[in-house]
Design a protein around this ligand. Structure first.
Ligand code: F3S
Length: 297
């Protein structure tokens, strides 16, 4: 069995930055909370819980540092936290901040703001908070068909969206709206991970997508791999892997979401190497190790 690891997988720049901020606060020994889980990865959140860092809602906390996670928040949340006397440590990813700024500028200039994204995701709720009343979230083609406004429209995009979903939605909106601006604000890390995952998924029979079941960017990676024709298993840890998934597989691909730490990816790779060694190989089948490296530079 050949195991192929996607070139770009695991922690992105924004998550690394947030984790560093949090680790620095822990080192300083200060009372620190995160507003919601620091990343959508249960294993990472549990490891911080063991170090005394709790994920809280704004109402639950009265003092100390409050870390705003990469997804960002509406401006009124930051104002409320400061009014309560909390020390706000803003770990909002700069790519998300850029979307906030664009959405606010559009709104201030009187445009109707359309956000392409998942209305229930914290990042999208945060972006919406930077717009005025005239804003709507469009998640899919069905939403796009139903939506109409006669106002001039500016579009921004949730950072983890797939290019395919964005272009399908834009194809519909362009036909019927007065579109003044379209900012395709998918982030660089998302583009790299989705393109690398697609490349591997096209080469393999089975694809393992590693990351939180609640992680938007990991779910999108799984979708990209399915669309590329691979049989996909979305797992959080190596313990979930079952050797029977690979009984007929000659090639297995591995990718991981932007909120998945390297140590989990390494455990998945190690488990797959074990399974690969134990397999009975048909004659002529390729038997190789990992062909690409884990790290995202
Ligand atoms: Fe930022 Fe993109 Fe990561 S928005 S947090 S670099 S997935």
């Amino acid at each position: 069995m050949q195991i192929i690891l996607a070139e770009h997988a695991g922690f992105c720049f924004g998550v690394k930055n947030a984790i560093k901020l949090l680790d620095d606060l822990i080192k300083e020994g200060e009372k620190t909370y995160t507003l919601g889980p620091i990343v959508h990865n249960r294993q990472v959140v549990e490891s911080y819980e063991k170090q005394g860092i709790k994920a809280v809602e704004l109402d639950d906390v009265k003092e100390g540092n409050l870390v705003i996670r990469t997804h960002g928040v509406p401006p009124d949340v930051i104002n409320q936290a400061r009014q309560k006397g909390l020390n706000v440590v803003d770990a909002t990813c700069p790519f998300v901040k850029r979307v906030h700024k664009l959405a606010k500028d559009l709104s201030d200039k009187g445009y109707f703001v359309v956000i392409i994204g998942d209305p229930n995701h914290p990042e999208v709720k945060g972006i919406k908070g930077w717009c005025g009343e005239d804003a709507a979230v469009i998640e899919n083609e069905e939403d796009a068909r139903k939506f109409y406004t006669d106002k001039k429209v500016g579009v921004v995009v949730q950072t983890t969206q797939t290019e395919e979903n964005v272009s399908k939605i834009m194809g519909i909106l362009k036909e019927k709206l007065d579109l003044a601006f379209f900012y395709n604000t998918r982030c660089n890390a998302t583009q790299q991970r989705q393109e690398a995952a697609k490349k591997v998924a096209e080469m393999v029979d089975v694809m393992l997508v590693v990351g939180g079941k609640n992680s938007s960017n990991t779910k999108k990676l799984a979708q990209v791999c399915k669309d590329a024709g691979a049989k996909v298993y979305h797992i959080e840890t190596a313990d979930e892997i079952k050797s029977e998934w690979f009984s007929k597989a000659e090639r297995v691909g591995i990718t991981a979401g932007a909120s998945t730490p390297d140590w989990i990816i390494k455990e998945v790779v190690a488990k797959m190497e074990q399974i690969s060694k134990k397999s009975d190989f048909a004659e002529g089948q390729i038997v190789e190790g990992v062909v690409e490296k884990v790290t995202d530079k």
